[in-house]
Write a protein that binds this ligand. Sequence first.
Ligand SMILES: Nc1nc2c(c(=O)[nH]1)N(C=O)[C@@H](CNc1ccc(C(=O)N[C@@H](CCC(=O)O)C(=O)O)cc1)CN2
Ligand SMILES: Nc1ncnc2c1ncn2[C@@H]1O[C@H](COP(=O)(O)OP(=O)(O)OP(=O)(O)O)[C@@H](O)[C@H]1O
Length: 195
Amino acid sequence: MVAPLPPATQGDPPDIAASKVALRKHCAAALRARDVTRDSAIADRLMQLLQPRPGQIIAGVWPLPDEVDLRPLCHRLHAAGAVLVLPETPPRGNPLIFRRWSPDCTMLSGRFGTQHPEGDCLAPQTVLVPLLGFDRAGNRLGYGGGYYDRTLATLPDAARIGYAPSTQEVESLPAGPHDQPLSCIVTEKETLRFD
Ligand SMILES: Nc1nc2c(c(=O)[nH]1)N(C=O)[C@@H](CNc1ccc(C(=O)N[C@@H](CCC(=O)O)C(=O)O)cc1)CN2
Ligand SMILES: Nc1ncnc2c1ncn2[C@@H]1O[C@H](COP(=O)(O)OP(=O)(O)OP(=O)(O)O)[C@@H](O)[C@H]1O
């Protein structure tokens, strides 16, 4: 008897998928319980790290409930001459679509409570990646859509900058076969570099 071949686009093995479910619960509770007054230090560190060149295309993030609010940072980056794009969330299994944002643009409601601009599609040179959880080896945990992993796989030359409150650090995260590496992780306390 020959074992059946796995499907071509296999997700995480069952043990890794189960452990990510438990870690997501833990991390979601930690995110809700954090002191949000410290979040502005994350944005300050990101601004310092990015030092945007005029015209540099940077993918920002419009917050979901409980997340770090990077909207003030998007305004600062735009004022410094960067071109800001924000993700539109497509059906599951597809990479994110990045649309140009400016302070006066219309925001549309999208999947899972996300919002995105109406603007043109552009590929970012730098991607800010929201982290529900992370470890010191640079592994990340998101909401489980696999969106950022699929997206970063299509942008091999882009800088990938994860950010989260330090409360989201866990001892160790399981790495799945599709997990994409980050260039660095920024919290209110430190910047971890991986390249
Ligand atoms: N602000 C923000 N925008 C983002 C992301 C993100 O993490 N944060 N994404 C990152 O990929 C994408 C959206 N991905 C998502 C994928 C799944 C769910 C989701 O299943 N939400 C559940 C609740 C999950 C939970 O709380 O554990 C739901 O809405 O029922 C939400 C967002 C693109 N935009
Ligand atoms: N490029 C890919 N091709 C096929 N499956 C993928 C790919 N990227 C991720 N996946 C699968 O999608 C599922 C969700 O991925 P994962 O748990 O890493 O999501 P996440 O990183 O928490 O979410 P997000 O990226 O949306 O923040 C997993 O089964 C994962 O293996």
